[in-house]
Write a protein that binds this ligand. Structure first.
Ligand SMILES: Nc1ncnc2c1ncn2[C@@H]1O[C@H](COP(=O)(O)OP(=O)(O)OP(=O)(O)O)[C@@H](O)[C@H]1O
Ligand SMILES: [Mg+2]
Length: 266
């Protein structure tokens, strides 16, 4: 099997489309025929719910238990017990208990490498692992940045702020220097785009001017459509809910773009 690529989806600004992107990109990469694992690293558990977990807080063997077992030097359960499948993609769920993990990680020697230790053995089973992070540049997100090969940054033109993105880029640079020298930026992905608005055009122009030279921008943009929220609510991909929907097509194109880059990078 081809080498595995771990992509962290991060932006410490809330509500920029991180969880929706992890879910729909994972489905779309799966549809291309690649083996994908989605990892929920957000205590809110939004990704877990949109992948079909009805009550994250009542769910055993979530990412919280796995990270704590590693910190306590206990064996992990067998993979079948913690890797779920909703029939289309494999995933590891999360719940609010992950908040205490974040505190435990602070007291742990080398705590920023805990997720790396958990995911590295899974590289042999998957071609892509996508990690959903919470809207906060704390130790959970640092763990995700330490464990990944690249970062995909969803940016919503409505919510865009130059300082937010600059902080994230500084953190990624620091991670590269101190913890994970191979980390790359996969690209900025514009989400919730409404081409009719001035805000969209203005933000797109500013983002390209500010960062376009240094950071790749995905050609694909994700349009704004209520179907994304509906699909999350119904625990399915937008493409399954409404195959002709423009966001469904966009996530399909995004998956092609991500996979094509890999082929080119050889
Ligand atoms: N393309 C889109 N068009 C319209 N609404 C969208 C789109 N993508 C996401 N949304 C909606 O915007 C809200 C935020 O999206 P999402 O939960 O994916 O963001 P997030 O970055 O993961 O948020 P958080 O920072 O809280 O984790 C959700 O209600 C979601 O349904
Ligand atoms: Mg989220």
């Amino acid at each position: 099997m081809a080498a595995c690529k771990i992509i962290t989806v991060a932006n410490q600004k809330g509500g920029t489309g991180k969880s929706s992107t992890v879910a729909n990109l994972a489905y779309a990469i799966g549809e291309i025929g690649k083996k994908v694992l989605a990892v929920d690293l957000d205590p809110q558990g939004n990704l877990s719910m949109s992948l079909g977990i009805e009550a994250p807080d009542k769910t055993p063997n979530t990412i919280h238990q796995l990270l704590n077992a590693l910190m306590d030097e206990q064996p992990l359960p067998i993979e079948m017990e913690y890797i779920r499948s909703n029939g289309r993609i494999d995933f590891i769920p999360s719940n609010l208990n992950l908040l205490t993990t974040e505190m435990n990680l602070r007291d742990e020697m080398g705590g920023e490498h805990t997720l790396t230790a958990m995911l590295d053995p899974l590289r042999a089973k998957y071609e892509y692992i996508l990690i959903d992070t919470n809207p906060y540049l704390g130790l959970l997100t640092i763990n995700a940045l330490a464990a990944c090969d690249s970062v995909l940054i969803p940016v919503s033109p409505q919510l865009w702020s130059a300082t937010g993105l600059t902080d994230l880029l500084l953190t990624i640079r620091k991670i590269r220097r101190k913890i994970n020298p191979r980390i790359m930026i996969e690209g900025i992905l514009l989400t919730m785009c409404d081409e009719r608005t001035n805000l969209y055009r203005e933000a797109k122009k500013l983002i390209a001017e500010h960062y376009g030279g240094d950071i790749p921008m995905f050609q694909t943009e994700i349009p704004m459509t209520v179907r994304v929220g509906e699909a999350n609510y119904l625990s399915m991909s937008v493409s399954r809910l409404d195959p002709r929907n423009k966001a469904a097509l966009a996530y399909g194109n995004l998956a092609e773009e991500v996979v094509r880059r890999e082929t080119r990078a050889g």
